[in-house]
Every structure is written in C-alpha cells, then in structure tokens.
Design a protein around this ligand. Structure first.
Ligand SMILES: *Cc1c(COP(=O)(O)O)cnc(C)c1O
Length: 361
C-alpha cells in the first residue's frame, strides 16, 4: 500500500480524546444525568421529530432555540450562540481568541479539552495551578493577567474534575483586571446556586458556557450554548461550522428547554444524593472526598488506580484521574441513581479493605 506523508507536526504529541467508556453495571464516569428524559416528554419530542424535514438544511444558527434561551435569561438573540455540545463552542473560542502568538490561561487541574484546543490552534498555554485544596489561587491569577499578554482565560465553575465553584467575587475582580476574554464554563451550573450570568450586562469580556448534556439529560443529542456580548458572539459566528447543530437536535433541545422546569426535581434529587454520598465517603477511613457543587465528587484514595480496577471488577465505572500528577491519587465519581450510588459505595468500601467507619474508631 502506498504510504501517506506525515500530518501536521503538532499532532505528534497528541492523543485522541478517549472517554474510556467500558461496559458497566453502574456507569459513573461521564457526569451524565442518570435518568433519561421522562416518558411523556420523550413522546412529545418523538412527535415533533417526525415533522422535521430531513432533506433540508437546518437553520444554521438555531434561532428558535436561541430566542427561547435569550428570553429565559432576559437577553437578546445576538447574545446567545448554540453549538454541537459545549465542546464545539470551546473550540470556537480557541479559534477566535487563541492562535499563533496568542496566550491561553489555564487553571489546572481542570477539563482537559481546553488545553487540547489551545494546542490545536497553536495557542500558548500558561498555567496557574490551583492550590492543594483545589481552590483557585486568586492573587496569582490576577497577577498573571495583569502582565497583559493573556488573550483568554477559562474559569470552570463548578470545576471539572474538582467539583468546586469559583467565587463570583473573584470572577468580577478578574473581569475588572483584564480585557482578556473570560470564559466561565458553567457546564454544571444547574447543580449549583451561583452563576455569573448577572454580570453579563456589565462586561463585554465575559462569556458563559452552558450545556444540555448534564442536568438536562441530553448528552446524546449534543447541544450547548454560550451567552455573551453581541460583539463576541459575532466573532464566534465567523469560525463555527455553518450547520453544526442538526435539525433533530434543535427540535429535541427546544422541547427540553421549554419544559426545563420538569427537570428541577431530578436535579434536586441529584444534589441530595451528592450530599449523602459525600457524607458516606467522608466516613470511610481511607477516603477523602472534596466538597462538590456539581453532579460528581472527586475523592482521594490510596493507590487510586488499583482502587479503580477493583471498582471496575465490581461493575462500577468511575473516572481514574491518577494519570494526572495534579490528581494522582484521585477518582471522580458521577452521582447516579440511589442504587448506583449504593453499588459504588459498597464496592469502594470493599476495595479499600477493612470496613471500619471513622465514627466507630
Ligand atoms: C461536559 C462538559 C462540557 C460540555 O460538554 P458537551 O457535552 O460538549 O456539551 C463543557 N465543560 C465541562 C467542564 C464539561 O465537563
């Protein structure tokens, strides 16, 4: 067979994104909603999908959905852009505010996609690592952006994989300190009381990302959105794939967004389960969970990779973060149904050995 010449040189050190999906009894590794869209709403979606013309291109900007989202937040259509998952919009931001000779400020440990996008767009990544408790080193971030060379920053709130939200006061100080684009990734915002959305009117350099993949149970549909200044949205429109958001996804997302209050009880249930799981983990002598504002918990355990294997042997799939030096002894577990969470807690107690509770010692 004739060989192909090498691809672009910067791909040599990159690996394809691998979510490590393996078959399991309890699938607690991807931070999805454990409950699918309820039957009645699914039927409503199915009826609407039947009427979607498949031979026609979709509305490139999904204006019906844009308008719904804009109305819900008291914004204008021009302040909203939807994408094929939040992931597409993250890449669009890197295309617009990154590039050769430009700089991205990252606050690791955080979502790995940001740095991958920076590499793909030949953007330099500067890191201000989080403190030992994974809180943001606020003064270090402010000092770093004050040097003036940072073009965009991503503040993930609540942060993945650590679970903690960024203090709104810090985001405001950051926005006041720099004219860099500040992307606040609120992919898990529905599980948390705080949002920086109220700041949108005051800052042209603020962009907020949300997704339908987590709280709204549409990870399979691929739909995310950003809220920001019309001037920023306009730039993103220049780089986006024209028909990235297909007609079926637009229709499904419109129906879910219109009915989003129906998800509120399930979201409250996940938050209640999160607090219960946290308490159970905190009572295990060998586990140290971190407080979470999201639908997952980061937990420190001895010999994390070995524990991950033992959990998987029991049919429980969680995310192994031991490959990253900043989270070398950590696992991330998504909050599932009560039964799934119990399966996880039981398997973890077994994996960690003698089941002596802290309180009993
Ligand atoms: C899940 C996630 C997203 C977006 O996911 P999509 O499924 O592409 O919408 C964005 N940021 C973070 C931190 C996430 O965890």
């Amino acid at each position: 067979m004739r060989s192909v010449r090498p691809p672009a040189a910067h791909l040599a050190r990159m690996q394809p994104y691998d979510p490590k999906c393996l078959p399991a009894r309890a699938f607690l590794s991807a931070n999805e909603n454990p409950l699918d869209v309820e039957d009645k709403l699914r039927q409503e979606i199915a009826r609407e999908l039947k009427r979607v013309p498949l031979n026609r291109y979709p509305d490139p900007l999904a204006n019906e959905l844009r308008d719904q989202i804009a109305r819900a937040y008291g914004l204008r259509r021009e302040q909203v852009l939807v994408g094929n998952g939040g992931d597409e919009l993250l890449f669009d931001v890197a295309l617009c505010w990154g590039g050769p000779g430009r700089t991205f400020l990252n606050l690791p440990p955080t979502f790995s996609v940001y740095e991958a996008n920076a590499r793909l767009t030949h953007t330099k990544t500067e890191n201000v690592p989080r403190r030992a408790d994974f809180s943001i080193d606020e003064e270090a971030v402010l000092a770093r952006v004050a040097r003036g060379d940072v073009d965009y920053v991503v503040v993930t709130s609540p942060n993945n994989p650590t679970g903690n939200a960024a203090p709104a006061g810090f985001v405001r100080r950051l926005l006041d300190t720099t004219d860099a684009l500040v992307l606040v990734d609120e992919a898990y915002g529905e599980f948390c009381d705080e949002s920086v959305m109220p700041l949108l009117g005051d800052y042209e350099n603020l962009l907020v990302l949300r997704t339908f993949s987590k709280a709204y149970a549409l990870a399979g549909v691929r739909m995310g959105y950003v809220l920001g200044a019309p001037t920023v949205i306009e730039q993103l429109c220049k780089v986006r794939q024209p028909y990235s958001v297909n007609a079926l996804s637009q229709t499904a997302a419109c129906a879910v967004f219109r009915n989003r209050e129906r998800f509120a009880p399930a979201i409250r249930g996940i938050v209640a389960e999160r607090e219960r799981v946290f308490g159970e983990l905190a009572a295990m002598p060998q586990a140290s969970p971190y407080r979470s504002d999201a639908n997952f918990i980061l937990v420190r355990v001895p010999d994390a990779h070995r524990v991950w294997e033992r959990l998987y042997d029991q049919g429980v799939l969680v995310r192994d973060l031991s490959g990253n030096p900043l989270t070398s002894d950590c696992l991330r577990v998504s909050i599932g149904t009560r039964q799934e969470n119990n399966l996880f807690l039981g398997a973890l107690a077994e994996a960690l050995g003698p089941s002596e509770r802290k309180a009993d010692r």
